[in-house]
Design a binder for this molecule. Sequence first.
Ligand code: NDP
Length: 341
Amino acid sequence: QVVLKAYITDGRAPREDDMAVTVSTLPELKAPKGSGGFLVKNLYLSCDPYMRGRMRPPSPASYIHSFLPSRPIEGFGVSEVVDSDNPEFQAGDFIAGMTGWEEYTLIQKPQQLRKISRIDGVPLSYHLGLLGMPGFTAYCGLYELCSPKSGEFVFVSAASGAVGQIVGQLAKLQGCHVVGSAGSTTKVEILTSKMGFDAAFNYKEEADLDAALKRYFPQGIDIYFDNVGGEMLDAALLNMRVKGRIAVCGMVSQHGVTDSGPGIRNISNVIVKRIKMQGFLQSDYLHLYPRFLDHVTAHFLAGDIVYVEDMDEGLESAPAALAGLFTGENIGKKVVRVALP
Ligand code: NDP
């Protein structure tokens, strides 16, 4: 099992040593009779930036429950049912949903959980990214908040990550001009050569983000899909076109920023340019999940969308894998393989 040692009480990003790998023994590989639960063998675990929010002490202000210290971390996973006391789930079923960071989990209250069937050409782990929560975040954030139209100029930050790579490719399918930012030369190269972005740049090499955006968007930005917040959001505000849309998806740059300095200086552009800037949680749009699955699966199988996954092996690699999201170690969607089906 991978457990959280203690809550992180300051604003810093998580580190590998915030978590520990522990061993405990199950008496038998069975779901207790009368429990209504089912025992799963966890195959793949998802590393996601929102999990940082669950490492904070409990707070009424948070939209999500904190983890329990010394208990296994919870997250999205793909698992196989090995024994069941619940008529809806049978041994041999594959499921995607909330599970524990451990080899086996007894699931008693299924949360955001769905049965998955094997699709030729789609690895089971893709249900944690392309066809899972991150892909869905891209889908609802882009279509529901930004209404992309052919010919529009779209900017995506953290563009090679789990969410960003799908946003950019969906916007391309919509006929948009798409530029992404990412934190390394390798990531920039993948965006343009593999994922079909029109252009990409390494934000770490740009001394002036406003000048960089002016270079890539001489006519301005219609849609900014913001995965990072902070200085990039501020620079994007300066470069938005009138009636532009900003989907405020995530603020991964803001961990550890304790001195907020002058703050976002360019926020008045929201008014002057009548920009629609909206925060969202993918969980508000779950009714659209079936439509998303059909749409993205069909485009992936037709070869219109590529998907980059970054897989580590073994449960013991999970703490470093999660911490690495906050230093940009991952190239594409980060998952950990715990076991083979
Ligand atoms: P990624 O796969 O993109 O991994 C995180 C990436 O963030 C890193 O690889 C790194 O890429 C980038 N990053 C890390 N630190 C910084 C920094 N200081 N400044 C700029 N970039 C940084 O993660 P996801 O695609 O899963 O998530 C992307 C965003 O979407 C996150 O902010 C997440 O919280 C948010 N999200 C929101 C949801 C919602 O419902 N609103 C649902 C799911 C995700 P690089 O090397 O390019 O810097």
